[in-house]
Design a protein around this ligand. Structure first.
Ligand code: NAG
Ligand code: NAG
Ligand code: NAG
Length: 282
């Protein structure tokens, strides 16, 4: 593990402390009758409605759209592969976002990327036992890529769906790009505040790719963001990079929804992903 990579990941984890608040407001808001877009589709709090299955010893959280819904009918030949942050599928906000994609009409699947050992929610607890070096060594590309490949196989063979949109957050963002690269089966990618994304991964995208970036993010600094934009432009694939003011690393999942700007950013990032997938997948 190179020191520079490690220190940026450590900064990432400090960012968690700054933005890791759990807001107390219920889902909804922004869905006023006069709105053009109903943002109440995004659940911020509440009880997840999906289920867990095990495939090849990988625990997978699945949320299925209501098949009678017109949104689901329009998207019935597609699935969203949801790649989590370090907190994994145990984090309620991850499960709720998976459910939100299902409410938007997409069959949505989130594998456990960490073999049952995601980062704990209290990652920064003083004296906590979490060892980031060890976590990143255990959960490198050699471990995570095969889990995602197996989940794609599950989607193709068990769920019988061929077209896959990949969405990834923080840790998972890098893998969203990797799985629309050469030889991979993703058809379109979205990532919010990706960390540890390499130039080769950006230049390697073979499908449309979109990014939601936080204003304050030590893992995607303004200089890194400009580099990302330049590399995506060179890739000749359709792309979009959106920067959300008043947000910090993690906002698309763990926004403090008591803060109207953060709540708006999280909802917009979700809607950005759905619009991107709708345009390039359906
Ligand atoms: C969340 O945002 C509200 C409103 O801006 C603020 O009062 C509160 O301190 C924030 N919570 C955390 C944990 O940052
Ligand atoms: C199955 O996965 C669990 C963690 O989710 C792990 O502890 C166990 O060793 C795995 N079993 C096999 C046979 O790989
Ligand atoms: C953290 O994990 C690394 C790699 O496994 C190990 O070398 C190091 O000693 C660990 N640090 C602590 C404080 O346990």
């Amino acid at each position: 593990m190179r020191a520079s990579v490690l220190s940026s990941v450590l900064l990432l984890l400090h960012g968690v402390a700054a933005t890791g608040g759990r807001g107390g407001h219920s889902a909804g808001g922004g869905g006023k009758d006069c709105s053009v877009v109903d943002a109440s589709i995004v659940a911020h709090t509440g009880t997840p409605v999906g289920r867990e299955v095990v495939y090849k010893n990988i625990t997978i959280y699945i949320s299925t759209p209501d098949e009678k819904d017109a949104r689901a009918k329009a998207r019935s030949k597609t699935a969203v592969l949801y790649l989590t942050d370090v907190f994994g599928i145990p984090l309620n906000q991850n499960k709720l976002l998976v459910d939100s994609f299902a409410r938007a009409g997409y069959l949505t699947i989130a594998p456990d990327l960490f073999k049952g050992e995601p980062a704990p929610a209290d990652i920064n607890a003083p004296g906590g036992a979490f060892n980031v070096t060890d976590f990143l060594l255990k959960n490198g590309e050699a471990s995570v890529d095969p889990i995602i490949d197996a989940t794609v196989e599950y989607i193709n063979t068990k769920l019988k769906v061929a077209k896959i949109a990949v969405t990834g957050y923080c840790f998972g963002g890098k893998y969203a790009f990797r799985h629309v690269g050469a030889g991979k089966k993703g058809d379109v990618a979205f990532t919010a505040h990706p960390s540890m994304l390499t130039d080769a991964e950006i230049s390697g995208v073979k499908k449309p790719a979109a990014v939601a970036a936080a204003e304050t993010d030590n893992t995607l600094t303004p200089a890194q963001r400009l580099n990302l934009e330049a590399k995506l432009s060179e890739s000749k694939q359709p792309f979009r990079v959106s920067l959300y003011s008043g947000t910090a690393h993690g906002f698309a999942v763990r926004a403090n929804i008591s803060d109207p700007i953060q709540k708006f950013g999280k909802e917009e990032a979700f809607l950005q992903a759905v619009r991107w997938f709708d345009h390039w997948l359906i």
